[in-house]
Design a protein around this ligand. Structure first.
Ligand SMILES: [Cu+2]
Length: 394
């Protein structure tokens, strides 16, 4: 509502200014001032200086933005390939920054230098091969280098050696939650299909497949440090995107197909929490939270909990109303802790069996009631039959 009011006020202000200039123009009618529509030298000078002012604004705002918000960008990558991604990103940023700094400067400098003047005439020439060559070849070479380096990085990141010892995990996306499935002892994920979704088998795992028997389904992702994890993504409903920013990993989850991504985590969750930049970041967040809590408590609300860092798996496609809330905690353990955590989990086959067993006793008494009722009816029928037979014999 406040924003609407601000917009209305701004529009009214603009209309008022426009009307004021019209009144001002009317007061000038008949005076000797130059009211020609052709720009004078004075007008051109003003435009030239405004151009320079705009250039200064762009430069100052860029530098201010870098200093003020530069620290909000992601810091140390927590995966092996993350360094490669960051390198590619940094090279691209530096290149864009330098090129824009120079070209913006030249654009506004030439606009100022060649501003209109009564005695100046524009130079006409049809074409310049030298200029065409310079502005075609330089960007082509720079872009080709950047693309080649990008392809090299992409191939390095996406390549998974079939013989490599990796951990297979499925990430299952649905509106609006993530579920993970571990391949179990055989390290092969059982087949799955959304048509097989039934009861607690919410991922549609094909339980007739021998590879499914040791699969483990969980709602919190644990992965070991220093070991390659191979993720296979599926989606139940719409397009989602598995995004793990600290690991520099992102892959679309597309209904009807399996997409993949693999990486090696390099810091356990507790190691990452101890990194100096993270300690500082968390203490800043908690300082802000403490200030906010004082405000909330004063208004009769409850104080905010202190923040602790955790790796997250987020959805990076706007997939519906609760998209913002579609996330799963990711814990990077030491290999020993990971093994221990996984060994404590039950398999999906066990869960399905337990669910069926829990259902059976519930159906048990019902069956007994049914049979008791049947027995009673049978007894009544028998008695009636016997009575009829007795009457008939008489
Ligand atoms: Cu989503």
């Amino acid at each position: 509502m406040t924003s609407l009011l601000v917009i209305v006020v701004l529009v009214l202000l603009a209309i008022a200014l426009w009307q004021l200039t019209k009144i001002f123009d009317l007061t000038q009618v008949g005076s000797s001032s130059d009211d020609t529509q052709v720009a004078s030298d004075n007008d051109n000078n003003i435009q030239g200086y405004i151009m320079f002012g705009f250039l200064a604004f762009i430069y100052i705002f860029t530098i201010y933005g870098l200093l003020k918000w530069g620290n909000l960008a992601l810091h140390t990558p927590a995966s092996e390939h993350g360094l490669l991604v960051d390198n590619l990103m940094n090279i691209t940023w530096v290149l864009i920054f330098v090129v824009q700094f120079i070209t913006q400067g030249l654009l506004y400098w030439f606009s100022f230098k060649n501003r209109g003047h009564k005695d100046k005439k524009a130079l006409f020439f049809a074409d310049s091969n030298k200029l065409e060559a310079i502005w075609s070849i330089i960007p082509s070479v720079v872009l080709a280098c950047l693309i080649l380096y990008g392809l090299y990085a992409w191939n390095n990141i996406m390549f998974v050696d079939k013989d490599e010892d990796v951990i297979e995990i499925e990430l299952y996306a649905q509106q609006f939650k993530w579920t993970a499935r571990y391949a179990g002892n055989d390290n092969v994920l059982g087949k799955a299909n959304v048509r097989l979704i039934e009861g607690i088998n919410t991922l549609g795992v094909d339980m007739s497949d021998p590879n499914s028997q040791d699969d483990i389904v969980v709602s919190e992702l644990h992965i070991p440090k220093g070991k390659k994890v191979h993720f296979k993504m599926r989606s139940q409903d719409v397009l989602h995107s598995a995004y793990m920013p600290h690991f520099r990993a992102q892959m679309n989850c597309v209904p009807g197909m399996v997409t993949e991504f693999a990486f090696v985590p390099t810091y356990t969750t507790s190691e990452y929490r101890e990194l100096p930049f993270m300690v500082e970041k968390v203490s800043n967040i908690n300082k802000l939270r403490a200030e906010k809590s004082v405000e909330l408590v004063a208004k009769g609300g409850t104080a905010l909990d202190p923040y602790t860092f955790d790796y997250l798996l987020l959805c990076n496609k706007i997939c519906g109303a609760s998209h913002y809330n579609m996330q799963m905690k990711v814990v990077v353990d030491t290999p020993e802790d990971y093994k221990k955590w996984l060994s404590e989990k039950t398999t999906l086959a066990q869960d399905i069996k337990a669910a069926a067993a829990a259902k059976a006793p519930a159906e048990g008494p019902k069956a007994t009631t049914d049979s008791t009722a049947k027995d009673t009816v049978k007894a009544v029928i028998d008695t009636v039959k016997a009575a009829i037979a007795k009457v008939a014999m008489k």
